[in-house]
Each structure stands twice: as structure tokens, then as C-alpha cells.
Design a protein around this ligand. Structure first.
Ligand code: ATP
Length: 289
């Protein structure tokens, strides 16, 4: 049964958005203490990311409400008073724990769709529902809080703040939103250790490689223990070996239950997802569920 929750209720005990008792449970469950989730650089390179067996998608959909629902969504931009339609009647459901890849030509609307799913923008028409919460019924402040706690973003260009250290970058989102009862400084250090960067915590982005920068960005995306990771071409700026290492991190996070939506132009990378959605001219071409 679907549970409709107002974001005003989130301070109530048991509500997932502000839940305080088990803030670290997803992290601890996914990234066991002492286990580094990065493939060693010394191993010979072979991007062999076999996936663990997962429940069939129809089993998942029968037992749970989708964590992401996009319902009859249209998105237009208005340029000089003229409406430019970008997305047309998009319908999409993503189940909790699913790894979804979004593919499509440049300009087809992939990032626009991801920005809507990530509550960075509002649809022109239609509904976006995340964890049962409808963006159309939330204030900007409520949207910001939901986004800050439940959605982690990872971008092709890493988007780290150059004058901050890796550790400070990872901690940064918690200045706007954090879960009560969490020692965010210690959690940031633990996340950096888990992505293999314990010896780079106090380095600034200019002193890090592309792969190291993306690992900092992944740690930053995980700082508030979000249910959903949204990644826009996360391996697009990386060589194939480093891209494979980053994909391996995503794979492990997903195998332990985190929902991932990833934009990619690379069919091989999309092949690691549970499902691929193809966008063309703002229309979903294929949405095999
Ligand atoms: N803020 C904006 N104002 C006006 N038009 C925009 C805006 N953002 C995106 N667009 C247009 O929307 C269309 C879709 O852009 P989007 O970035 O979603 O495509 P994409 O599929 O992610 O492309 P790429 O693979 O090149 O990143 C493009 O034609 C783009 O120019």
C-alpha cells in the first residue's frame, strides 16, 4: 500500500526523511567497516563487473511502491516568450534498489529529466513523486530538504569546490541539511576511507586525479545517506580503467540496496544497469520493465 506523507510530517519518529535512529544503517550495511570498496590499482586491469543475482523486476514491483515516479511529465523552456518543449509526456517508475541507465542522443533531454527527478527543477506539467512525496505539493524549502537528505548527485565534471579540501567538500552538504544525531565530520572521514582516499583527505581538488575527484564526489553524495543516487555521465571524463573503478563503486552501492539512476552515452556502462531507458527528442523510446 502506498504511504502518502507530507514533508511536514517528517520530524515524526519513523519518517524516513528525518529518521534519526538508523541514519548510518544504510551506509554501514553497504560499506562494511574495514572494507575498502575501491579496486586496487595494482591489480591488472579488467573491467569485469559481474552483478550479484537480484530479484526479478516484476517481483520488486509487486511488493513495493516505486521510489521514483514520473507521471505524464512535460518540460518546456520559454525563450523570448516562445515555448520550447523539451520533454513530452514522460512516464517512468523506478523501484527501490534498481539501477537504471538513461541513454539517448545529445540534446534529447536526459539531464533535463534527471534534474526533474532530483528536484532541481519543476515540471511544466505532470507529477514527480519521490518516496511518495509530490514535488507539486511541496514548498521550495521542503523540496530543498528532501533533495538534500534523500538524493545524492554525481556529475561528469565532479563539481568540487577548488578551495576546499576533499574532507571539507564531503562535509559541505551537511551545512544545509543533515540528519540529527550524526557526527558528520567522522562520517565524512569514514566515507573517504571507504572510497580509498584516507591519505588524500586534506588535499584540494587541484591535487587530485580525475578518478580521485570522482570518488570524493561520490563520498559527498553519500554524506546524508540518501536513498537515491543520480549520476550524470559520472565516467565521462575518465579513462576506461578509472571509469571501471568508479562503476565498480556504483555497482557495490547498488548491490547493497541503493537506488541508482545514471545517464551514460556508453552502451557498455549501461549494460551494467538493470534497465535502460532510451530518450529521443524528449520522448521515451524504450522502457522495458
Ligand atoms: N535552462 C535551459 N534553457 C533553455 N533550454 C535548455 C535549458 N536547459 C536545457 N535546454 C535545452 O534542452 C534540450 C535538452 O537538454 P539536456 O541537457 O537535457 O540534453 P541531454 O540529453 O542531457 O544532452 P547531452 O547528452 O548533450 O548532455 C537541449 O536542446 C538544451 O539546449
Amino acid at each position: 500500500m502506498e504511504t502518502k506523507t507530507s514533508i511536514n510530517d517528517v520530524s515524526a519518529p519513523g519518517n524516513s526523511i528525518l529518521e534519526t535512529g538508523t541514519e548510518n544503517s544504510r551506509l554501514e550495511g553497504q560499506l562494511p567497516s574495514g572494507e575498502n570498496i575501491v579496486t586496487s590499482n595494482e591489480e591488472p586491469f579488467e573491467c569485469d563487473l559481474r552483478r550479484l543475482a537480484k530479484p526479478q523486476s516484476d517481483e520488486i514491483s509487486l511488493t513495493a511502491a516505486p521510489i521514483i515516479e514520473v507521471i505524464d511529465v512535460k518540460k518546456s523552456y520559454f525563450l523570448g516568450g516562445v515555448e520550447v518543449p523539451i520533454l513530452h509526456d514522460i512516464n517512468l517508475k523506478v523501484q527501490e534498489g534498481e539501477f537504471l541507465a538513461i541513454m539517448g542522443p545529445s540534446g534529447s533531454g536526459k539531464s533535463t529529466l534527471m534534474n526533474l527527478i532530483g528536484f532541481l527543477d519543476r515540471p511544466t506539467e505532470g507529477k514527480i513523486i519521490i518516496k511518495g512525496l509530490d514535488i507539486n505539493k511541496l514548498s521550495d524549502k521542503e523540496v530543498a530538504r528532501l533533495r538534500g537528505l534523500e538524493i545524492g548527485f554525481i556529475f561528469q565534471t565532479f563539481n568540487l569546490i577548488p578551495r576546499l579540501t576533499a574532507l571539507e567538500n564531503v562535509e559541505l552538504p551537511t551545512y544545509a541539511n543533515s540528519r540529527s544525531g550524526v557526527n558528520t565530520h567522522e562520517r565524512a572521514k569514514e566515507l573517504l576511507r571507504l572510497v580509498g582516499l584516507e591519505d588524500r583527505m586534506h588535499h584540494k581538488p587541484g591535487e587530485l586525479s580525475g578518478g580521485q575527484s570522482q570518488r570524493v564526489a561520490i563520498a559527498r553524495a553519500l554524506i546524508n545517506d540518501p536513498a537515491i543516487l543520480l549520476a550524470d555521465e559520472p565516467t565521462g571524463n575518465l579513462d576506461s580503467k578509472t571509469g571501471c573503478e568508479i562503476l565498480n563503486i556504483f555497482k557495490k552501492l547498488n548491490e547493497d540496496g541503493r537506488t541508482i539512476v545514471m545517464i551514460t552515452h556508453d552502451p557498455e556502462i549501461a549494460g551494467y544497469a538493470d534497465r535502460i531507458v532510451f530518450l529521443k527528442d524528449g520522448i521515451i523510446q524504450s522502457n522495458a520493465e
